[in-house]
Design a protein around this ligand. Structure first.
Ligand SMILES: [Zn+2]
Length: 333
């Protein structure tokens, strides 16, 4: 159970987005919108510094200012007690409920929910770009992982809600730029749960839609966040991420690898590297995330520690990574 101060700290900005209230930025800390209680165009104002709202007109005499609890009371027309309960349980907002089954506990492999529909998913992603900003929890999540919103946009990552829970939507495109799958990473209560759409094809890897035709280097890594981290540090290389559940590199990917002068495989585990290396051309350089002080230094960990630049530099110039994966050559990062 949250206490009162916790629920008052939930960003009003997030709450407004959860109700699909369209916000227009007026200053660094002020957003305005149509008032959910009395309309107009910009009379409803959210102050993100104070985390308070007010309505300039309050035309029908509704309460004209308040905090998160009074916001829920206003938009849901409920009393103080139920507003607190809704906030405590995260049971607020207009969610895309029809699209989801109930959340499933984290596992390595993506979980399956509804049937994938590329038209619908594409439209939803477009809408959900708005959620990806520095005030929303979805945006803050990526920023906390060191991934900028610009990079998120390059990868068309949307902020979203899955069954009332905050999530980021991750689109999978193939090499012909067709949207062929999607999944959600649920952020709360624990950042380790996935939903994928039934019928989604995730085997082609994630990141094709971010590729530049000018790049002569491809880095294949594990996981979308690692892919975005590499792009963050080195925008000139193309990245593609694979899930560790894939036992092989898809033949379609292998066929495209021929276009690259340099191919680097950056895995998180020996077993992935072993399985995947066999599918790769022999000039591929493989590399395994090193363990340091019990922590696996994958690309995202390196990014967060400000070491990804140098790691990539060494990888790209060939001073680490060989036809077999080397773990001990990273001393001096
Ligand atoms: Zn109003």
């Amino acid at each position: 159970m949250r206490n009162l101060s916790n629920i008052k700290d939930i960003p009003l900005y997030d709450l407004a987005l959860a109700y699909h209230i369209e916000l227009t930025q007026k200053s660094s800390n002020e957003y305005c919108a149509t008032c959910p209680a009395c309309g107009g165009t910009d009379r409803f104002v959210i102050d993100t510094d104070k985390n308070m709202w007010f309505c300039r007109k309050s035309e029908n005499g509704h309460r004209d200012n308040g905090d998160t609890i009074e916001f829920i009371m206003l938009v849901d027309g409920c009393d103080f007690k139920s507003a607190c309960t809704k906030l405590e349980n995260g049971d607020y907002g207009t969610t895309y409920t029809s699209l989801y089954t109930s959340p499933i506990q984290a596992q390595c492999a993506p979980q399956v929910t509804s049937q994938f529909d590329s038209n619908y998913f594409g439209k939803m992603l477009e809408k959900n770009f708005d959620y990806m900003n520095k005030h929303s929890q979805q945006g803050k999540y990526l920023l906390s992982r060191g991934v900028s919103l610009e990079t998120a946009k390059t990868f068309k990552i949307g902020g979203s809600y899955a069954h009332g829970e905050k999530a980021i939507a991750i689109p999978y495109y193939n090499w012909d730029n067709n949207l062929i799958g999607g999944r959600w990473r649920i952020l709360e209560p624990k950042d380790q749960r996935y939903h994928a759409w039934k019928g989604s094809c995730l085997k082609n890897g994630f990141g094709w839609h971010s590729h530049k035709t000018t790049s002569d280097t491809l880095i294949i890594c594990e996981g979308e966040i690692n892919a975005m981290s590499i792009c963050e540090a080195e925008p000139d290389v193309n990245v593609l991420s694979m899930g560790s559940e894939n036992s092989h590199i898809h033949p379609g990917i292998v066929a495209h690898i021929g276009n690259y002068e340099k191919v680097i495989l950056w895995g998180d585990s020996d077993s992935c590297i072993e399985r995947w290396t066999n599918d790769m051309p022999n000039y591929t350089r493989s590399f395994i995330s090193p363990m340091r002080d019990g922590i696996k230094w994958d690309a995202n960990e390196c990014l967060k520690r400000n070491k990804l630049d140098i790691a990539l530099h060494k990888l790209l110039t060939g001073s680490i990574g060989q036809s077999k994966a080397y773990r001990n050559q990273i001393k001096g990062w």
